[in-house]
Design a protein around this ligand. Structure first.
Ligand SMILES: [Zn+2]
Length: 170
């Protein structure tokens, strides 16, 4: 947290500025996984060495912390108003918009395992884009939640099953 002094209407105001940052978590996750006893095998898979047992607890020193203030980091999820949309996010959003705009009308919206945690990111936009485009098809594979609105039923393929099993059958 940085304290700034801002002059507004002739007054000096003290303003606390929280800088929202996103940190790459791959190394943090790797450290936590390896701290359990896992090692990377020949085919880049996780292997538990013979005789080893999993620790089943992450040592405190491996819990992700902010490199600036030391407070615990949290996942960047759209679960509250703290979701960070940084420059990379805006760039990716623009690329996605461009991609959608330049696809033409015959589009397959393939949704794999999207639940109702944050349906506004993929599920609802897919339904809306399918409803707006009679040539679009909405396909979803989801174990237990393979549904679509009545309005797009005719354009939809909903498969209530294990994604891995279905993909292997294609
Ligand atoms: Zn911090």
């Amino acid at each position: 947290m940085t304290k700034l002094l801002v002059r507004r209407d002739g007054q000096l105001l003290s303003v606390a500025v929280l800088r929202a940052m996103i940190y790459e978590n791959e190394n943090m996750i790797r450290e936590m996984v390896f701290s359990q006893g896992w090692v990377i095998g020949e085919n880049n898979e996780l292997v538990l060495p013979k005789g080893a047992s999993l620790k089943m607890a992450v040592p405190t020193e491996f819990l992700p912390r902010c490199p600036v203030c030391g407070k615990p980091l949290t996942m960047n999820l759209r679960s509250d108003d703290k979701f960070v949309e940084d420059e990379d996010w805006h760039q990716a959003a623009e690329q996605y918009e461009n991609f959608l705009r330049t696809r033409g009308d015959k589009v397959l919206f393939l949704e794999l395992g999207v639940g109702y945690n944050t349906p506004i990111i993929i599920k609802y936009p897919f339904w809306q884009m399918t409803a707006k485009n009679p040539e679009a098809t909405y396909a979803c594979i989801n174990y237990g939640e393979a549904v679509c609105p009545e309005q797009i039923n005719r354009q939809s393929i909903c498969i209530d099953d294990d994604i891995g099993a279905i993909i292997n059958q294609l």
